[in-house]
Design a protein around this ligand. Structure first.
Ligand SMILES: [Zn+2]
Length: 172
């Protein structure tokens, strides 16, 4: 299937991606609060169905099939404005950028603007491309080529009972 990420498009082999993860299950069992909260969110109604649908369309049957998850420290004002902690991270799928000249150029620019190459799914969840085809981090051995790394830019509410350890408040 072909998916548009702002200025460029990517052709993704959803079936082959699904087969890879069926044969090589990816389990995030990280014990940090950020990952635990992300898993709680994916299992909750807070995770918008449009996010699941978009990921399923590219062969990722669960938002938990994420290769790397980065829970950023989030200032209280930012949490309030976006309704959640700020998260980065990325997925790996089998696919390639089709018209990536602008992306290649932007990748070398220190002023990379993710919005130019993003697919916004909800107010709180966007996917974007950073690398062109076949550049990926933390790729498992044997992952089929071409590989496409798809980044996330997300705000996820804190759903754990424990205090939000990523929230930065001024003073107190
Ligand atoms: Zn973690």
């Amino acid at each position: 299937m072909i998916l548009r990420f702002g200025e460029c498009t990517a052709e993704i082999d959803a079936d082959a991606t699904r087969r890879w993860y069926a044969a090589h299950p990816l389990v995030n069992d990280c014990g940090c609060g950020g990952c635990e909260n992300f898993r709680r969110w994916t299992a909750s109604p807070h995770c918008d169905p449009r996010i699941r649908e978009t990921l399923a369309a590219i062969g990722l049957d669960s938002p938990n099939l994420i290769a790397e998850l980065i829970p950023w420290d989030t200032p209280a004002e930012q949490y309030a404005a976006h309704g959640g902690n700020w998260y980065g991270g990325f997925y790996h799928v089998i696919g390639a950028v089709k018209d990536g000249a602008g992306l290649l150029e932007a990748e070398r620019d220190s002023q990379f603007v993710p919005e130019r190459f993003s697919l916004r799914i909800t107010d709180q969840f966007a996917l974007f491309l950073y690398y062109n085809t076949n550049q990926a981090e933390l790729l498992p051995d044997g992952f089929p080529r071409p590989v496409l790394q798809i980044e996330i830019d997300a705000y996820i509410p804190w759903l754990l009972e424990s205090p939000n350890e990523y929230l930065i408040t001024n003073g107190g």
